[in-house]
Design a protein around this ligand. Structure first.
Ligand SMILES: NC(=O)C1=CN([C@@H]2O[C@H](COP(=O)(O)OP(=O)(O)OC[C@H]3O[C@@H](n4cnc5c(N)ncnc54)[C@H](OP(=O)(O)O)[C@@H]3O)[C@@H](O)[C@H]2O)C=CC1
Ligand SMILES: O=C1CO[C@H](CO)[C@@H](O)[C@@H]1O
Length: 290
């Protein structure tokens, strides 16, 4: 069984250490999130949880953390500012409300959820995150769903370089360009929907079935190591230096998804996975999400 000691840390650009693998909880109702978080922390060796205001389960995540009996300081907790709360003052209020729901007095990482170009509030919102970081109530701050031209606004007008850019990233959509930009600016890239996402996941017309979890190529690679397609994909993110947050609410899968530290992909495996690039997102294009 994998243990906490198996999961490497990524050192962020401000020196904060972030476990490279965590548990995502999008679409987990509050009670399921509570149970999944408790199990992941207390029984499966996870020390990193990814939630968001918009997931509606911050209370459950907070309770799961408390019930796990793992000390808060040993856990890396991320939440995110929702689009409707952008703007300097609204962000400060939204952050306080998230902390209250989570039952904690700090988060390890606070992220702006979408750039929302049509609102024109990205930089003001970023300045509020800088204020929160200055108070020590977020150990690190970052963004989600930023293309290089969104990040450039923050780099030009902000004082702190984002620690993390959390973006859609999986074998169908490997995001080479944004990854290269992030790396060149010292920003860690974190993969969302790292397994290709949940089928019919609520993205409206852009919702697509998950074809990666049953992909014959990933099954073939996994068979060599006694691993599932999900484990092959998680290993692919890890070996690519990406932070990865697979979501599951099932105990066996939560355990399976952290059991990826006893095998290594070969060059041929990487080539076969690279061939799965279709350029297809499962989620929204950040320039189109208003
Ligand atoms: N910043 C952003 O804009 C976004 C961030 N995120 C974050 O990223 C996380 C992960 O992305 P998400 O979209 O949830 O999708 P994932 O790519 O993590 O896939 C989750 C789906 O895969 C299933 N699954 C998980 N493990 C296995 C396994 N071992 N074998 C078979 N099926 C499995 C889950 O089912 P089950 O639960 O039933 O096991 C679920 O249906 C989110 O939970 C959220 O925290 C996600 C979207 C956008
Ligand atoms: O993280 C995410 C999942 O939930 C949201 C929708 O409800 C998305 O917009 C977002 O990117």
């Amino acid at each position: 069984m994998a243990t906490r000691a198996d999961v490497p840390d990524i050192t962020l650009n401000n020196g904060v250490k972030m476990p490279q693998l965590g548990l995502g909880v999008w679409q987990a109702p509050v009670d399921e999130a509570e149970a999944a978080v408790r199990f992941a922390l207390a029984d499966a060796g996870y020390r990193h949880i990814d939630t968001a205001r918009i997931y509606g389960n911050e209370e459950g995540v907070g309770r799961g953390i408390k019930n796990s009996s793992v000390p808060r300081e040993d856990i890396f907790l991320t939440t995110k500012l929702w689009n409707a709360d952008q703007g300097y003052d609204a962000t400060l209020r939204a952050f306080d409300a998230s902390l209250k729901r989570l039952g904690t007095d700090y988060v390890d990482l606070y992220l702006i959820h979408w750039p929302v170009p049509s609102a024109g509030k990205l930089v003001d919102t970023w300045k509020a995150l800088e204020h929160i970081a200055g108070e020590g109530r977020a150990k690190a701050i970052g963004v989600c769903n930023n293309k290089p031209h969104h990040l450039q606004q923050i780099l030009d007008e902000g004082s702190i370089v984002p620690a993390v850019n959390q973006i859609e990233l999986h074998p169908h959509f490997p995001q080479y360009l944004t990854r290269a930009f992030d790396t060149s600016r010292g920003i860690a890239t974190e993969s969302w929907s790292p397994l290709g996402g949940t089928s019919n996941s609520g993205w409206g017309d852009s919702s697509k079935p998950n074809t990666l979890l049953t992909a014959p190529e990933l099954q073939r690679i996994g068979a060599k190591y006694g691993k599932s397609p999900a484990q092959v994909m998680i290993r692919w993110h890890i070996e690519n230096g990406l932070i990865v947050i697979p979501k599951s609410v099932h105990e066996a899968r939560i355990r399976q998804n952290i059991d990826v530290f006893d095998f290594q992909l070969t060059g041929e495996d990487f080539e076969a996975i690279a061939a799965l690039d279709t350029g297809q997102r499962v989620g929204a294009d950040p320039d189109e999400l208003a």
